[in-house]
Design a protein around this ligand. Sequence first.
Ligand SMILES: Cc1ncc(COP(=O)(O)O)c(C=O)c1O
Length: 437
Amino acid sequence: MPASSLSLDTLAALGGPKAVSRKRPAWPCPSDEEIEAVAASLRQGREDWRYLCAAPKGGPGEALEERMKRELGVPFAIATAGGGPALHIACMASLQMGDEAITSPYSWGQTTSCILQAGGIPVFADIDPETLTLDPQKVEAKITPRTKAIVVVHIGGVPAELDALRTLADRHGLLLIEDCAQAQGSLYRGRPVGTFGDFGCFSMGSGKNLAAGEAGMVVMKDRALYEKALLAGMHPARTGAEVQDPERRAWIDSLIYTYRINAISAALAVKQLDRLDAMNAWRRRNVKALAERLAGVPGIRALKIPAHRDPAWHMAWWTFVPEDVPGVSRAQYVKALQAEGVPIAASYVGTPIHLRTVFQRKQYHFGHGYPWAAHPEGEKIQYRAGDCPVAERRCAEQDLHMLGSWAMQDVTPLLDEIAAAFRKVTAQLDKVREIRA
Ligand SMILES: Cc1ncc(COP(=O)(O)O)c(C=O)c1O
């Protein structure tokens, strides 16, 4: 387009000026108080090695566990090296080789890989289109005599339908494992997620709601499960002191992964917990404010989350509505907005998990065919396109996400600019159709 025909309204994708001039705040962003707390903890390490290594109890790792136990109202907690280790520990305590575990195809891969890591067979149930979390009816239809657990994820921070899943688990004698990696601070009927399952698994990785470098936590209510979890991932200095059951004591120092938390991350997490609620309150406010600004904008719609499920939005999901913008593809829509400076992206999940290579080839670290070969009918288990149509359509056509960890503070002026960019782009759909995506 010749420069002379460019105006303020010209789409940035076609050479015009950007509608969004403000930068997103940096994240992660430890506060001065948090940095000082870490430094003080390190200094204590000169006198007491537990401030440098969380193998035995007593240092910041235990302080973090005590704080989480108090805040969540649970009796047992194990601070871990990450959310992945927390999930793996939970699955090792719940599954044996060849056991089935039902999970969601719409997540970060580790919601599923923890099942495989423990030798379990992932069985996928579809999601609900409005909340993107496991549909309990679809879960029920997948239960077999070999099902031992449900691994449910609160994706993006949206709490799954926990009452129904808890009821199902109890009725069928299954363990319920909550992947709360993206949901620290999310509430279900006013109660924190992670306290409904037999295990609640959290991530405190640097992009999460609580950003402690690399860290995680698994919480439990049952002592036997706690002892099994300890044996799977904790140092004998701890298991020797804590595991009580004589049969389980025989397994001390036999099964362990080095999954304990780094004491430095623990010190950071303990201090940052002081401002988690305030940060999550900003997330909630910002997502609501953006939804209000985008209401009625063609091509995008907010999710419909029932009032008893209160997300502490780790990421905010939106739905692309092609019928609103005929002839405009999702790729064109996103490209036009990105060019304006809108922090929007399509398809966080990308390929639904059941359609990824590991399931198409049924090949994991154990070698071709394992762990499926440990299941009496493992050869018959197949993962096909069409198994989970809601998740598949969501990934292929509808996924959009906007607002991430950086939105844990007042970003109102940026939200106003984002809304203006949407208005600019959607007022010129004929031009958006010209964009090569
Ligand atoms: C849903 C989900 N589960 C598990 C994990 C793994 O957590 P970590 O990176 O702390 O191991 C993540 C990390 O992004 C996640 O988003």
